[in-house]
Design a binder for this molecule. Structure first.
Ligand SMILES: Cc1cc2nc3c(=O)[nH]c(=O)nc-3n(C[C@H](O)[C@H](O)[C@H](O)COP(=O)(O)O)c2cc1C
Length: 218
């Protein structure tokens, strides 16, 4: 395993949804999760936990539900039909559908869990503060995981569609009620190549000093 440079990893970490069934060695998963837990969290509470789902029946359980809600979102138009999608976004939706249909075949479904309460902000006069801080205390770890996976040649995608069946998922895997499953990350060695990502430039979305309004602003 040879490490790649940080910026190369950042610029080439894209969602990898076509994954081989080959197992990910335990030491590789441990290294990836160790990178995750080096992330910051609110008050350094580190109220995170990771569930490595590898058993076929558990992965099928997740696939069946993920696919059910994926189809439901297609029916409602939240996921557009292929002919309504602009050419440059078709590949993304095609691979997302592939992942939904084959989620039980990937070697690892990693669940990133966080707490359901962040007492520090309980009295803040801002209804978003607790949820925001809880999520801001797990998604940096998730990003570290995505980057570490990339560095080790493992493809991954952060998905959140499991929120449609989160309670069932928690019950199935014995996840305590005071934990939230904030990310479902299918992982495996990819069929395709990493990167590059398609993003607006930093320059396009940066306001120096004051928020600028106008046709060119973010
Ligand atoms: C909060 C969040 C939720 C996401 N949920 C899903 C999901 O449920 N299913 C999926 O296939 N991809 C999901 N993605 C992946 C995004 O679609 C993907 O990151 C985005 O289209 C950019 O593509 P790229 O990562 O390949 O550059 C999610 C990403 C984020 C950040």
């Amino acid at each position: 395993m040879s490490d790649i440079g940080l910026f190369e990893a950042i610029y080439s970490t894209r969602s990898m949804r076509r994954l081989k069934p080959d197992p990910i060695p335990r030491e590789v998963m441990e290294k990836i999760i160790e990178a995750g837990v080096h992330a910051p969290s609110g008050s350094n509470f580190q109220n995170w936990a990771f569930v490595v789902v590898e058993a076929t029946d558990d992965k099928r359980f997740i696939r069946d539900r993920y696919l059910k809600y994926y189809r439901e979102l297609e029916r409602l138009g939240s996921i557009p039909s292929m002919d309504a999608i602009p050419e440059d976004r078709r590949r993304m939706f095609a691979t997302a559908t592939h992942l939904a249909e084959h989620m039980d075949e990937v070697p690892v479904l990693l669940l990133a869990c966080t707490g359901t309460d962040f007492p520090t902000y309980a009295d803040a006069n801002n209804p978003r503060s607790v949820t925001a801080t809880l999520h801001a205390s797990i998604y940096p770890a998730v990003q570290n995981i995505l980057l570490a996976a990339r560095a080790l040649g493992v493809g991954a995608t952060l998905t959140t569609l499991h929120y449609f069946f989160e309670n069932e998922l928690k019950e199935r895997l014995g996840i305590p009620s005071d934990k939230e499953v904030a990310g479902l990350i299918p992982m495996g060695y990819p069929h395709g190549r990493f990167g590059p990502t398609t993003r607006r430039s930093g320059q396009d979305v940066t306001h120096w000093g004051r928020w600028q309004t106008g046709p060119d602003s973010a």
